[in-house]
Design a protein around this ligand. Structure first.
Ligand SMILES: Cc1cc2nc3c(=O)[nH]c(=O)nc-3n(C[C@H](O)[C@H](O)[C@H](O)COP(=O)(O)OP(=O)(O)OC[C@H]3O[C@@H](n4cnc5c(N)ncnc54)[C@H](O)[C@@H]3O)c2cc1C
Ligand SMILES: NC(=O)c1ccc[n+]([C@@H]2O[C@H](COP(=O)([O-])OP(=O)(O)OC[C@H]3O[C@@H](n4cnc5c(N)ncnc54)[C@H](O)[C@@H]3O)[C@@H](O)[C@H]2O)c1
Length: 455
């Protein structure tokens, strides 16, 4: 076999994590090869964050138009929305991205890559040697192994967010971020949606109150949410895809629809990558185990969802910056405190930091408060008729800093960042109380909530 092509860095997987690391290293003058089996941009750009947020936005505007005084007649237009979505996902074509990296001097290989020994990657018929390998291969969706699943029309995020026509009825299985966003999008575009969630509370990693509010808003928008229910068998009945449910109030019940969307989680894509040949350790869930600098083994780094850390695009990008800095000799440790978690429902559902449950497990002394934002501020009323918004804070009573926060309301994904910085920088409560927010904004809620904390 010919001698391998030599590089400073090979990036395996070009989602948001791989892209950030690669771009920084190329900019710094390193000789970089990027290996991508599908499309440069990854899951996020074509089948996840970008199309979902693009399709949720018109529904949000429509809902806001209904709620704002003095506006009449906003209508949703699926043909236009899906056409714009197609542009946003680049018509599933990454030719411009490939050209962009080639023009910057990178070697682009559109193949599935795998490690074949320390510092060695094989991609198609090419063999690459590199001082550094960055594993950024993301996740694959997990679909439960139900009896009869092959008989039904089963979708994941891929079919859902590239759909050209929408079904009349859909069942969404899973009540976490993907489930809540997908049910919201489909139902706002007129699909009859049943959401099946196996737990007693939606968004179960967040405060129970957040799940309660999410449930209220989903049900108010006409979604049939079934809690404590999960499918145990699938079958086809004529045109219908049917799920038979077990447990909870729905034991023995069945639900029929045109499609079943599985929003049942994702698992790190580490199989078949030859990672054992790099000396990489895999964790309990198949994730690449990394240290605080995202180092996985000698000359091997991992970033993004494959690391099993907070599985968000902004975290993948952050880790991309951490690894680029480490390779360029200005390494520093990643910190995961104060990273926002936003579910783009209608209204938005945002959280950051610890929940009361997490804090209790760490033995921290805490006090929490919930503010009815509409009762306390002017902004919700200038924004819409009959406003609703909620802010929750969790403080450490010994250290007198914020530990966690959640917000449910218009643009909550924007105003959660105030708490995110407070948590990350451990800003004392006294300083936060003395900070002045613009009138009238949702940010003013922090002062009202901090005063209610009485700390
Ligand atoms: C429906 C949905 C909506 C989401 N919305 C949001 C959101 O609004 N905000 C947010 O922050 N996060 C969101 N996420 C999560 C977000 O998509 C992920 O956190 C993000 O994509 C992770 O980036 P990554 O670079 O780790 O991996 P990915 O985006 O998964 O990219 C990994 C890349 O590696 C490639 N690859 C895999 N194996 C190989 C191989 N052997 N050789 C070569 N290439 C390979 C893949 O083809 C892929 O392109 C959403 C997820 C879903 C499912
Ligand atoms: N706005 C955002 O940032 C955003 C949006 C969507 C997704 N994401 C990320 O994408 C990833 C995937 O999200 P997700 O919601 O699919 O995963 P998840 O792991 O958060 O939730 C999966 C849900 O499916 C349920 N489930 C699993 N197996 C089941 C079964 N057999 N029967 C019934 N229910 C079952 C679980 O109880 C859970 O509620 C997450 O990491 C999430 O953070 C982020």
């Amino acid at each position: 076999m010919a001698a391998p092509e030599e590089f400073d860095v090979v990036v395996l997987g070009m989602g948001p994590g791989g892209e950030v690391a690669a771009s920084r290293l190329i900019d710094a003058g390193l000789n970089v090869a990027v290996v991508e089996r599908e499309l440069i941009g990854g899951e996020c750009a074509y089948w996840a964050c970008v199309p979902s947020k693009t399709l949720l936005r018109p529904a949000e505007v429509r809902s806001e138009a209904d709620r704002a005084a003095g506006v009449r007649g906003a209508e949703l237009d699926w043909a236009d929305a899906s056409d714009y979505r197609d542009g946003m996902i680049r018509h599933l074509d990454d030719a411009a991205q490939v050209k962009g990296y080639v023009d910057q001097g990178a070697t682009v290989i559109k193949e599935a890559g795998r490690a074949v020994g320390p510092g060695r990657i094989r991609a198609g018929d090419r063999e690459l040697a590199a001082r550094h390998i960055i594993v950024a291969t993301g996740t694959v969706p997990v679909v439960p192994e139900l009896d009869g699943i092959d008989e039904i029309t089963a979708w994941t995020n891929r079919e859902t967010y590239t759909a050209t026509t929408l079904p009349r009825r859909a069942i969404v299985v899973g009540g976490s971020a993907v489930g809540v966003e997908t049910a919201t999008f489909l139902s706002r575009f007129g699909v009859e949606v049943t959401l099946i969630h196996r737990g007693g509370s939606l968004l179960s990693r967040e405060e129970p109150r957040v799940g309660e509010l999410a449930l209220k808003y989903l049900r108010e928008s006409g979604i049939d949410v079934r809690l404590n229910a999960s499918p145990h068998r699938a079958r086809r009945d004529g045109e219908d895809s049917v799920l038979e449910l077990e447990s909870g109030d729905d034991d023995g019940a069945s639900v029929a629809a045109d499609v079943v969307v599985f929003a049942t989680g994702r698992t790190p894509r580490t199989g078949g990558l030859g990672l054992e040949s790099l000396g990489v350790e895999l964790g309990r869930k198949g994730e690449v185990v990394v240290n605080r600098r995202c180092r996985a083994a000698d000359g091997v780094w991992a970033i993004g969802d494959v690391t099993g850390k907070l599985p968000f695009t902004h975290v993948a990008k952050y880790q991309g910056r951490i690894v680029a800095d480490a390779i360029l000799g200005r390494g520093h440790e990643a910190r995961y405190e104060g990273i926002p978690r936003v579910v783009f429902g209608i209204p938005e559902i945002a959280a950051v930091g610890l929940t009361e449950h997490d804090a209790g497990r760490r033995g921290l002394a805490t006090r929490s408060v919930e503010l009815d934002v509409a009762a306390a501020l002017a902004r919700p009323w200038t924004y819409e008729r009959k406003p609703e918004a909620h802010l929750g804070l969790l403080a450490d009573t010994d250290r007198r800093v914020l530990l966690g926060a959640w917000a449910v309301g218009p643009q909550a994904g924007e105003w959660i960042h105030y708490a995110a910085l407070a948590i990350r920088a451990e800003i004392p409560l006294d300083v936060l109380r003395d900070q002045v927010a613009q009138f009238p904004t949702f940010h003013e809620a922090y002062l009202a909530a901090l005063e209610k904390l009485e700390l």
